[in-house]
Design a protein around this ligand. Structure first.
Ligand SMILES: O=P(O)(O)OC[C@H]1O[C@@H](O)[C@H](O)[C@@H](O)[C@@H]1O
Length: 468
């Protein structure tokens, strides 16, 4: 295996410490990329020692989480593993203006083996850093790793993609990894096995049998000090335009011939191209923002928030996937922060049976397949002749709960980067399509056509489709 160097641009930030490094620590612990050289870069005047301490801490955070999960202990140990520790001990800090070609050139001169550059930066700075790379001789095989959001509209995503395309031939599209960590979640990837590795569900996943599909990601978490990013993004861009559309693609795509990158990403792109808003933004979208509730202040009072921006912390949209298989089935996507009951699942609700024989009576619930995204969980709800009166129907649920996958989501997507496999990364055209899908909604919201509603933190929040 060739030597590899990972350069993190924007390495002093929150994303690096909270998600990227713990994922990398897990990957190293699992025996991948031995001998990795890790370089942190940003304008901060840090030194190697300070960066190494940050890396050790974040690798330890992974060890702590893993230990807590396997032993069930409440006070986890915080220790990184020997494989991760060795990388942390050698990690280097190089002070860099990421928008300066000459700084980037010096940075690349310090690398060893094949190089991956992770842009842990806000979208505008990522675009400037990519532009600065045009004047740098990138070593062949260089991979660029971009964090969401990819642009802020289909237009800016297309501009960014055009810029990235100019970095070919050193960096062809297959070496551009647009990260969506939901594609590294074992529960999300399990949709593939659930649909395509058995005969039970796939034949009935179509508009003949399915009434509606809900993809819901409601979190207890509130802003958590992320105003700098979140107040410009909001729930629609932060969760729906990105993560939930990827889930929709996996739920609706046709069976790929193989999971090779080209095949898998083509099938996803097919359905996303066919996806559009169901009706008008006024009746197919909802936006709301939390007010004070429990221990949480109102979103508008959080430090760093500009209340006049009217950023939503809860968004819903209803989509149609306009293909032969799915036309007529509403796909309802929802995500909110500071919601009382956390709920992270896709629910496929089936149509009623065409006819229930006279004499069977009682329960009239529709059948549902529920796919949980954390904790990992699967449930099939349906009606049978339950206990007691044999002609009285009862709902039952077949349930399975399984442990999380071997690697945390960031570890899984980083594995794809180091193994030069873009299967789990978002292709350029798909990134643009995902903006195209939500654009009628963002335009209507900007034009004030859909009111910004409010909900107290810790409550269920309003909904177009969930029971009140
Ligand atoms: O459940 P996970 O893996 O932490 O993902 C949810 C998070 O995903 C991130 O991409 C969003 O920016 C966050 O707002 C969100 O909380």
């Amino acid at each position: 295996m060739t030597d590899q160097t990972l350069i993190i641009l924007g390495a002093s930030g929150d994303l690096t410490a909270r998600l990227l490094l713990p994922g990398l620590g897990a990957l190293l612990t699992a025996g991948h990329v031995p001998g990795l050289t890790l370089i942190g870069a940003s304008v901060e005047d840090w030194d190697d020692a300070r960066w190494q301490a940050r890396v050790h801490d974040s690798f330890g955070a992974h060890g702590a989480a893993a230990a807590a999960e396997s032993t069930g202990q409440k006070t986890p140990v915080s220790d990184d593993t020997p494989a991760a520790s060795a990388v942390a001990d050698r990690a280097r800090w190089i002070r860099t203006d990421v928008t300066s070609s000459s700084d980037l050139r010096s940075l690349l001169a310090a690398t060893n083996g094949s190089v991956a550059i992770f842009f842990a930066l806000p979208p505008a700075v990522t675009a400037k850093a990519c532009a600065a790379l045009l004047d740098v001789d990138l070593p062949p095989g260089t991979r660029l790793v971009l964090e969401k959001p990819f642009g802020t509209s289909s237009e800016s995503a297309a501009e960014l993609n055009t810029l990235l395309a100019r970095l070919a031939p050193a960096v062809p599209e297959e070496q551009v990894h647009r990260i969506d960590h939901f594609l590294g979640k074992s529960t999300v990837l399990n949709i593939l096995g659930l649909r395509f590795a058995n005969r039970i569900f796939e034949p009935i996943l179509d508009s003949t049998h399915v009434e509606s599909v809900d993809i819901v990601f409601d979190e207890n978490l509130a802003l958590e000090g992320r105003a700098g990013y979140y107040d410009r993004a909001g729930a629609l861009a932060d969760m729906i335009q990105s993560h939930l559309l990827q889930i929709l693609a996996l739920l609706t795509m046709e069976a790929p011939f193989s999971l090779a990158a080209a095949e898998f990403r083509d099938r996803k792109a097919d359905v996303l191209r066919a996806t559009r808003l169901w009706g008008t933004p006024a009746d197919s979208s909802l936006r709301a923002r939390y007010t004070a509730g429990g221990d949480l202040p109102s979103y508008a009072d959080e430090p760093g928030v500009d209340p006049s921006r009217g950023t939503e912390t809860l968004a819903e949209i209803v989509l149609t996937v306009d293909t032969w298989r799915w036309a007529g089935v509403p796909f309802r996507l929802r995500s909110g922060k500071a919601i009382g009951d956390s709920r992270k699942e896709a629910v496929i609700t089936f149509k009623r049976p065409p006819r229930v024989p006279d004499g069977l009576h009682g329960c009239d619930e529709p059948d549902r397949l529920r796919i949980g995204f954390g904790p990992d969980h699967l449930a099939l709800d349906f009606n049978i002749n339950g206990p007691g009166d044999p002609f009285e129907l009862d709902p039952i649920s077949l349930e399975a709960t399984f442990g999380a996958g071997g690697l945390p989501p960031y570890g899984e997507v980083l594995r794809g980067v180091f193994e030069d496999d873009p299967t789990l990364s978002v292709r350029a055209d798909t990134a643009e399509q995902c903006w195209r899908i939500v654009e009628p909604v963002t335009s209507a919201w900007q034009a004030g056509e859909v009111p910004l509603r409010e909900y107290p933190a810790g409550t269920a929040g309003p909904s177009l489709f969930l029971p009140a």
